[in-house]
Design a protein around this ligand. Structure first.
Ligand code: F6R
Length: 606
C-alpha cells in the first residue's frame, strides 16, 4: 500500500507535500520519499522509516525548499524499506514517478524493458512503471503516459514529474482514483481526497484512459488521444471528519464497505503466478516447511480470526494447530518445541496480553510470525517474521475490516503450508487461490442484502439476550458475530457450538430469548436444521443466516439472510459481513455510539 501527493504552485512544494503525505501515512509507514524540481533538475530524497524523518533539517538540502513543484509518496515496504532503491519516488534523470496501488504485470514489463537495456535496482512495480515511461517518453508527456497506461495492468494511480516541464505535474489512473485539485495559483494531485481537502475543496477525478496535466493555474484533462476534455469540478463536503468517513455516517460502516477492495488488493499483492507469495514480506524461503505444529495467539476479534485460521491450516495443511487466548496463555508454562510456529494476531500490534504471550513463547525458543495491521508496532518489531494485514487505519473501535484481512492472510498461509507440506499440489493450490479471490466478490453481494439485514436488526434491537450458534467453521464465526453485537449494542450475546447447545444452554431459550443460527457448512446442514427445529419447538425466534441454496420452511424463510454459495472453506467471508451488518444496524436502531462504544479502547495496553 502507498499514498501519493503532488504540488505545483508559487509556494514551497516541500512543505505542502510533507503536509499532504502526513494525511496519507496510514497507507504506508515504512518509508517515504519526495522528488522536487529546481533549475530544471529533479532531486529525490528518500527515508526508510516514518515520514517525519523527511522533515528533519539534515534530510534535505535547504536550497531545495525553494522548489515550487514536486511529488512524494509514503509506502508500506517492510522487507524492502532498508534499501533506498525500493523507496519511492522512482525514476531516471528525465522523470520521477510515484504510484499508489499495484501493477500486476510488472514482472513481464520488467523483462521486456531489460531487453531494451534498462537495469533495475529494486523489486518494485513502481520502478518498472518509471522505466517504462522513460522508454516511451519522446518529449511529449501526455503521449508517453497514454501509451504507458495502455500497457500497464492492475489498479493504480500515478503522478509524474518531467525535468523538461519544470512547473507541471502529470497523472494517470486505472481501477483506482487519482484526485486533482485547484487552489489559488496552485494545483494538487493525490490518491486520497482526505489529503486534498487540507488545501482545497474543488476537485476532479480521472476517468479510465485519461491523462491529466497540472500547472499552477490550470488543470487539463485529456483523453487517450491527447484531446482536451471539458470537466466540471466537484466540491468536497465542508466537514473534514465527514470527508474522512467518505460520506458514511460511521467509520464502522465505512470500514465494512471497504473490505471487498482491501481484501482483493491484499490478496493480489501476495499472489504470484497464481500461488501465495510472501517474497515481498521478506519471509525466508521454505519457512513453512520447518514447522509441524502451529500455535495461534490473540485476543478478542484477533483470536476469533485465529480460531478460523486454525481450521484453515488443519484442513489444508493437515498440520495440528491450536488457538489460545493470549490473556490466558501469557500466564502458562507452555510446552513448545522447535517444530512449532507461533502465530500472533493483532490489529494494533500493541495489545499487552498478546505481546506478553508472544514474548513468553519466544523466551522458550519459539519463532513468532506476527500478523498485525499497524506497521512499526511493537509486535511487528519484536516478532521474528511479520505479515501486515494492510487494512489501513481502523478507526471504529469494533474491528471489522482487520478481522477480514487477517482471515485473508491466514487463508494464504494455510494454502502455502498445504502446498509446501505436499498436502495439496500446485494445481489445487492455484484453484484455491482463484476461489479465494473470487470469494472477495461475495462481500459486495452481502452488502446488497442491506435492507433485509436492517429489518432483522430492528427486531434484534428489542431483545435483551441472544444466542449465536453454528457448527464447524460457523462456530468461531459466531464467536466473532456475537462479540460484535455485544460490543456495539450492549445486548447480551453468547456464542455456542450448535452441537454443545443441547447440553445445557438451550434451557434458557424462550420467546423473548432469540437465536441466530449460521448454516453455511454443507456437511453439517442436517445437524443445524435439527438444532433449528428444536429451538423453534420452544417457541423461540430463530434468525437463520445461510447459503442461498439451502431450502427453509416458509416461517424461517421470511426472516432469513441469504449468503452467496461458495466452497465451505470460504463461507466465513460473506458470513462475517452479514454478522457485522447485523451488529451495526442493531446499534444504530438502539441509538448507540457505534464507533466508540462505552468502556472500550482500540488497544488494551494494560
Ligand atoms: C473487537 C476488538 C477487540 C480486539 C482485541 C485485540 O472488535 O476490537 O476484541 O480485537 O482487543 O486487539 P488487537 O487486535 O489490537 O490485538
Amino acid at each position: 500500500m502507498s499514498g501519493l501527493f503532488g504540488y505545483t504552485g508559487a509556494a514551497g512544494a516541500f512543505d505542502h507535500i510533507l503536509h499532504g503525505l502526513s494525511k496519507l501515512e496510514y497507507r504506508g509507514y515504512d518509508c517515504a520519499g519526495i522528488s522536487l524540481l529546481l533549475n530544471g533538475e529533479i532531486t529525490t530524497q528518500k527515508v526508510a522509516g516514518r515520514l517525519s524523518a523527511l522533515g528533519e533539517p539534515t534530510a534535505l538540502c535547504p536550497e531545495l525548499k525553494q522548489s515550487t513543484c514536486g511529488i512524494g509518496s509514503t509506502r508500506w515496504a517492510p522487507g524492502a524499506a532498508a534499501q533506498q532503491s525500493d523507496i519511492p519516488p522512482y525514476g531516471t534523470a528525465r522523470l520521477s514517478l510515484v504510484l499508489s496501488g499495484m501493477i500486476e504485470n510488472y514482472r513481464e514489463l520488467r523483462a521486456q524493458l531489460s531487453g531494451e537495456g534498462y537495469a533495475f535496482d529494486s523489486t518494485s512495480d513502481g520502478e518498472v512503471a518509471a522505466k517504462l515511461l522513460d522508454w516511451l517518453y519522446k518529449g511529449n508527456p501526455v503521449e508517453a503516459l497514454a501509451k504507458a497506461n495502455s500497457m500497464l495492468q492492475g489498479s493504480y494511480a500515478i503522478a509524474v514529474l518531467f525535468a523538461d516541464y519544470p512547473h507541471e505535474l502529470y497523472g494517470v489512473a486505472r481501477n483506482s482514483t487519482l484526485f486533482v485539485g485547484r487552489g489559488e495559483g496552485e494545483s494538487y494531485v493525490t490518491s486520497d481526497l482526505s489529503a486534498l481537502v487540507e488545501f482545497t475543496r474543488e476537485y476532479d477525478t480521472l476517468g479510465k484512459g485519461e491523462v491529466v496535466c497540472l500547472s499552477p493555474d490550470n488543470i487539463r484533462v485529456m483523453n487517450q488521444q491527447g484531446n482536451l476534455l471539458t470537466r466540471e469540478t466537484q466540491t468536497a463536503s465542508q466537514d473534514l471528519a465527514q470527508v474522512r468517513k467518505g460520506g458514511y455516517r460511521h467509520f464502522m460502516m465505512k470500514e465494512i464497505c471497504e473490505q471487498e477492495q482491501l481484501l482483493a488488493e491484499m490478496l493480489r499483492s501476495r499472489i504470484f503466478k497464481g500461488l501465495p507469495s510472501f517474497d515481498r514480506d521478506g519471509l525466508p524461503e521454505g519457512l513453512f516447511t520447518r514447522y509441524h505444529r502451529v500455535l495461534i495467539l490473540g485476543c478478542g476479534t484477533a483470536m476469533h480470526a485465529g480460531a478460523l485460521g486454525k481450521e484453515f491450516i488443519e484442513q489444508l495443511a493437515h498440520i495440528s494447530a491450536e488457538v489460545h487466548l493470549a490473556a490466558e496463555y501469557r500466564f502458562r508454562d507452555p510446552i513448545l518445541s522447535d517444530n512449532t510456529l507461533v502465530i500472533a494476531l493483532s490489529q494494533s500490534g500493541e495489545t499487552s496480553d498478546t505481546l506478553s504471550a508472544m514474548r513468553l513463547a519466544q523466551s522458550k525458543g519459539a519463532k513468532v510470525l506476527a500478523i498485525v495491521n499497524v506497521p512499526g508496532s511493537t509486535m511487528a518489531r519484536e516478532a521474528d517474521y511479520v505479515l501486515y494485514a494492510h487494512a489501513g487505519p481502523e478507526i471504529s473501535i469494533a474491528s471489522t475490516k482487520v478481522f477480514m484481512l487477517q482471515m485473508g492472510v491466514l487463508y494464504l498461509v494455510a494454502i502455502e503450508m498445504g502446498r509446501t507440506h505436499d498436502i495439496i499440489d500446485d494445481s489445487k493450490a492455484r484453484d484455491l487461490v482463484k476461489a479465494l479471490l473470487e470469494a472477495t466478490k461475495s462481500i459486495g453481494q452481502v452488502l446488497e442484502q442491506n435492507e433485509q439485514i436492517q429489518k432483522q436488526a430492528r427486531e434484534m434491537a428489542r431483545t435483551q439476550s441472544v444466542y449465536y450458534i453454528g457448527r464447524g467453521l460457523d462456530w468461531p464465526m459466531m464467536m466473532e458475530g456475537s462479540l460484535k453485537l455485544k460490543e456495539v449494542t450492549y445486548i447480551h450475546a453468547e456464542a455456542y457450538s450448535a452441537g454443545e447447545f443441547r447440553h445445557g444452554p438451550i434451557s434458557l431459550v424462550a420467546p423473548d430469548f432469540p437465536v441466530v443460527a449460521l448454516a453455511t457448512q454443507q456437511m453439517l446442514i442436517p445437524q443445524m436444521l435439527d438444532n433449528i427445529r428444536e429451538i423453534r419447538g420452544q417457541d423461540s425466534n430463530v434468525l437463520v443466516i445461510c447459503r442461498n441454496s439451502l431450502s427453509l420452511d416458509e416461517s424461517l424463510e421470511q426472516s432469513a439472510v441469504r449468503l452467496p454459495d461458495l466452497d465451505d472453506l470460504f463461507m466465513p467471508i460473506p458470513a462475517a459481513v452479514a454478522l457485522q451488518l447485523l451488529a451495526y444496524y442493531t446499534a444504530v436502531a438502539k441509538g448507540r455510539n457505534v464507533d466508540a462504544p462505552r468502556h472500550l479502547t482500540k488497544a488494551v495496553t494494560d
